[in-house]
Each structure stands twice: as C-alpha cells, then as structure tokens.
Design a protein. Structure first.
Length: 261
C-alpha cells in the first residue's frame, strides 16, 4: 500500500508566507492525507484567514502559543496521523507539482526506508541554485549543507524511536535530529523537492547556526577537529560570498555546474 503523508507547516505572524505554502500544497498532483498548520502567532491574521477562507478537506490547524520552533514541530508531529511526515515551513514551496507523488512512489518501492531527502532550490549570491546530495553518515561532521531539512520525509516510527525535537536547540534542532536518525535506512530522491524561503532563522543567523551545529555534533560524537575545521571553512566561504570577488567567483562556479560541489 502507498504510504499516507502528513505535511506540517509551522508559522508565526507571517500570513503571506503561509498562503504561499498552502497554495503550493494545493497545487500538488497528489494531495497529502492531511496538512497541519501549527500557528503560534501573536496576532489574529492567520487564525482569521484559516477560519474565514475556504480550505481543502485535508487542511487542519491549531492556533496557540508555543515555546519556539522545536515545540511547534513536536506539536505538529503529535497531531498528525500519516505514515510519512514532512515539515514544510511557512514560506517554503514545492519545487515541482509531483513532489508528493514521487515521494510516495519512492517509499513504496523501498518499503524498508525510514527517511528520505532530495534536492533543494536555494538562493546563493543572488542566484537560484539546486543543491542536495545523498546522506552519508560518515559526512555528518559537515552539518546540514547537502541534506536539507525541508526535503525530509520521515516515517512516523523513526520519529518515535528518535524522540522529540529538543526545545533547547533554537536553530540546530534539525541537525540534532539528523544525528539521531543517521542510522535509519535512507533513500535519496534525485529530484528538486522544495524551493527554500531564505528569510528564516537558519539563514539570517547563519554563523550562529554553524556554532550550534558544532556543539550538537560533539554532544553526540565527542570532540571533533574535522568538524571544527569544516565549520571554519564554511565561515570563510560565507564571508567571501558577501564580497564582489566572492560573488564573481561563485557565478563562474555556477556556470561550470559546480554550485553543488
């Protein structure tokens, strides 16, 4: 049997972003079993829109304050009932119309797989590029660079074994979860799944996210010189991309098809 899919979208005072995500879900060739909106907003805009505007039968929502991103993720997972769970944040949209159909087919073909990731469309140095490589446990020290959280589809039982997203992690909660599910059977879907909204906390506080990622990795695996060296490399690249020379070099790299190298 094809697995059912629960899509969870958390939001906070960003109605336009949420509407964009909902439109993307509704445009899929196969719709999810349910699309949960976890609304932690302090203003009534989102709750009013959800209640007043016509919504598809699979859209459900809860509007209440939460303790942050991890708490909102945990609420959505607890409320959902699908075999597969995706955390598609408000502002993120599907890259193509058949994402859910392709994911369902992939898990049907690989019934033992416990989680999946695919390619992400993201803006770098002002250009949209496509990133994403197959997950390799031996590369965990490199953080989330090639295995993007918005593209994850995780079986419910894998989340049950791993436990909840940790409330104390304010940015690197997805990386911490990846360290916990790293041993689960995995498949890579070589296809663009999500176009990423780069206004979120992991982008706007990128350097802090690198610091937190190193701490998370070492909390699982102990002190790691290579993890620290890799994060130092990422810091240098980030700073370089803020310069004219860095943007020019990235444009050359992009023309050579090496943006995902």
């Amino acid at each position: 049997m094809r697995p059912s899919i629960s899509v969870i979208t958390i939001c906070f005072n960003n109605l336009a972003d949420l509407q964009r995500t909902c439109t993307s879900v509704d445009a899929q060739t196969e719709h999810p079993e349910e699309h949960w909106i976890v609304n932690g907003s302090g203003t009534p805009d989102i709750a009013d829109w959800l209640s007043a505007a016509p919504q598809p039968h699979y859209r459900k929502w809860i509007s209440e304050h939460d303790k942050g991103i991890s708490d909102a993720f945990n609420k959505g997972i607890a409320l959902s009932s699908g075999d597969l769970i995706q955390l598609l944040n408000s502002g993120d949209v599907y890259a193509v119309p058949d994402v859910l159909a392709a994911v369902s087919q992939a898990f049907t073909a690989h019934p033992g797989a416990q989680w999946l990731s695919g390619k992400l469309q993201i803006k770098r140095a002002g250009h949209w590029v496509e990133t994403g490589k197959p997950f390799r446990k031996s590369k965990l020290y490199r953080g989330m660079r090639s295995v993007s959280h918005p593209t994850w589809f995780v079986r419910r039982e894998a989340y049950e074994r791993a436990g909840q997203y940790r409330l104390e992690e304010k940015i690197a909660m997805d990386y911490d979860m990846m360290c916990r599910i790293a041993g689960e059977p995995y498949i890579f879907l070589d296809k663009p799944l999500v176009r990423f909204d780069d206004t979120g906390i992991s982008t706007t506080q990128y350097l802090e996210s690198l610091t937190q990622s190193t701490r998370v990795y070492e909390s699982h695996f102990g002190y790691s010189l290579r993890a620290r060296a890799w994060q130092f490399r990422l810091r240098l690249l980030h700073r370089m991309l803020q310069t004219k020379a860095g943007k020019w070099l990235f444009a050359v790299k992009r023309k050579m098809g090496l943006e995902n190298a």
